[in-house]
Design a protein around this ligand. Structure first.
Ligand SMILES: *Cc1c(COP(=O)(O)O)cnc(C)c1O
Length: 395
């Protein structure tokens, strides 16, 4: 078959470019130390920033909820799959991020597809940061609106695009914390532009929810931003340690998404057990200042150790070739440039019992292959030091 032949050629090409991906199979729960392929490794590859994924209170909540609600939801939310505990979760999430209303989705990917395709239609224009998450890029491609992408965090370019593009409705779409770089979007300035050009600001806070802001209430709280022209998307499978996502904002937006977001309508509701776990994780996040302080300490330790100069330079160079990106968050990428070099270093770390994934194109721009180190409050200082020693050794 020609198709199979062509696909094999393509896969061989990926392999030749060190871009063929492999899944590692874990034999233990998500934790700072994991068993993988019968080895024990320190895990710097997960987004479990507060160490909640395997928390005893969440395990207990899941067990109790399975007893009460069973396993499957049986139908979509609009048919018969919307349970008490789902409704309670949405209310609790809205309260937690201090927004009028919230709507659950089964994943962040589906939330982003649903939001953008429901709201942005013919005659509208979506303005999007070029480094937005893949789910937002897919959503942009799927929607019927025109899409204008601006260079990463380039407010001047965005302003020109906003001024030059006539539109029925405008949407500014951005990651709050960029998933492969770890840096923060200029949300305050983006909101000001949204006001000036009558746009809705859509903020994907997958990596800020639970970690940033007072009580972990997210990137908007971190910056003290609140406005009816912000639509907030938070995910529940990262710092929250569970699974799923939610969108929060003005009641009209939430009601409209409930009616029209196809990725929320034409899919089976998440197991009610997951909603119960989310309800159980919120107090842990809220009372998690000690966890966030621990995470912050790890970030500072790693950055200090890997920086040659602690000056105000935007890019801190670890060596001539390696660049530690200017990230203040749990995501600490070290750009190595070359795909093969990134794989070499990731493999060498692996041999030393450290799991830090090599991220390659197309996930990141060509020539910027990197190690993506994810820190967690659950790591011990000794584990972070082991990583630092190994990186120094390998440079
Ligand atoms: C992980 C991630 C998503 C997708 O969320 P899931 O719940 O894993 O589908 C969306 N946006 C960003 C920025 C992410 O990092």
């Amino acid at each position: 078959m020609k198709l199979l032949h062509d696909l094999q050629t393509e896969l061989a090409q990926l392999n030749a470019e060190s871009r063929l991906r492999k899944r590692r199979t874990l034999q233990s729960p998500c934790a700072p130390e994991v068993k993988v392929d019968s080895r024990t490794l320190i895990n710097f590859a997960a987004n479990d920033y507060l160490g909640l994924a395997n928390h005893p209170q969440l395990i207990a909540a899941a067990q109790q909820a399975v007893q009460q609600w069973g396993v499957g939801a049986g139908a979509s939310h609009l048919v018969s799959g919307h349970f008490d505990v789902h409704a309670e979760m949405e209310q609790a999430l809205a309260r937690f991020v201090d927004m009028p209303a919230a709507l659950g989705f089964t994943t962040g990917y589906m939330a982003n597809l649903g939001i953008v395709t429901a709201l942005a239609n013919r005659g509208d224009v979506v303005f999007a940061d070029k480094l937005n998450h893949a789910s937002l890029i897919d959503a942009q491609q799927l929607c019927r609106a025109e899409v204008k992408r601006y260079p990463h965090k380039d407010l001047d370019a965005l302003t020109r695009l906003l001024a030059d593009t006539p539109a029925r409705h405008r949407f500014i779409v951005t990651d709050a914390v960029f998933s492969m770089d770890g840096d923060l979007a200029p949300l305050e300035e983006l909101l000001a532009l949204a006001k000036q050009y009558d746009a809705l600001l859509i903020v994907d806070d997958a990596h800020g929810f639970g970690v940033l802001g007072p009580q972990g209430r997210g990137s908007l709280a971190h910056l003290g931003l609140q406005d009816e022209r912000i639509l907030y998307m938070g995910t529940l499978g990262k710092a929250a340690g569970v699974h799923g996502a939610f969108v929060a904002g003005h009641e009209t937006l939430i009601q409209y998404l409930l009616q029209t977001a196809r990725s929320g309508i034409f899919t089976t509701a998440a197991p009610p057990m997951l909603a119960a776990c989310v309800l159980a994780c919120l107090p842990l996040i809220e009372q998690g200042d000690a966890l966030r302080a621990q995470l912050r300490a790890h970030i500072t330790t790693l950055r200090k150790a890997l920086s040659v100069s602690a000056g105000a330079e935007t890019r801190t160079t670890t060596t001539a070739q390696w660049q530690l990106l200017p990230s203040d968050t749990a995501i600490q990428p070290i750009v190595l440039g070359d795909n093969a070099e990134a794989v070499r270093v990731a493999n060498a770390l692996w041999e030393r019992g450290i799991w830090a994934p090599a991220i390659r194109p197309p996930t990141v721009p060509i020539g910027t292959a990197r190690l993506r180190v994810s820190l967690s409050a659950a790591h011990s200082p000794a584990q972070v030091q082991t990583l630092i020693d190994a990186l120094r050794d390998l440079q």
